[in-house]
Design a protein. Sequence first.
Lengths: 104, 144
Amino acid sequence: MVAFNFEEASQTLFCLFDGRMDTVNSKIATERFNAKLSEFKGNAEKLRIVIDLGTVDYVASEFLRFSLSAAKCVQKGNFSIVNTDPQVLKVFIIAGLASILKVS
Amino acid sequence: MGNNQGQTIASIKLSADLKNLERLTSFVAQYARERGIPGERDVDIQIAVEEAFVNICSYAYVGERGEVEVNCSSNGDSLVIEIIDSGVPFDITILEDPDVTADIIERKVGGLGGLLIRKLMDSAVYRREGNKNILRLIVRQHRS
């Protein structure tokens, strides 16, 4: 569902999501993300977060909420979402989040 | 699955519980696929139905258990999906859209489910009949 990889040199937390990010799975993924993020307590200012959706083909609004909340945890510009397929990108565009969350 | 005036109708009734989400979206996806709805529109339908169902699970039945009934029918190149619950009156179609131009700091995290329903469907109409909320979604196979 979600795997984490922290790159020390760039202080980047890569979050690799997998599968269908419906409401149920997004809630579980949010809990796992929050647990992971707690490891960086105190260092969140420098942290960069990259959400990789390369193998995700479905997102519901719960995942949009997660994405927005996650982006608010780090400094502006230090959050991005990559490898979105066209259907997933469409949902972010409709929600008006594609630009501010740097979705590509 | 039944037949009414040439329309093939399929219905499902579930308890309003998130554990039934996958069962419901699989049901509408299968119905859409069997009617030749293209993959992209199939996903649009699943998202819209999911958002409506999740809203019912979260808010319709305060402190009690309830059910959700979903009826699918097809009419020409359109699919009609009615989502029915007996919870408190609630019209998701008139919720105020979040400010999609707001900066990330000011951007609120709620209100996106209703927005997705309205934007992904060709039509989303709510009505109250007796003690029932009925959300009628219409999706055409191909958007003009």
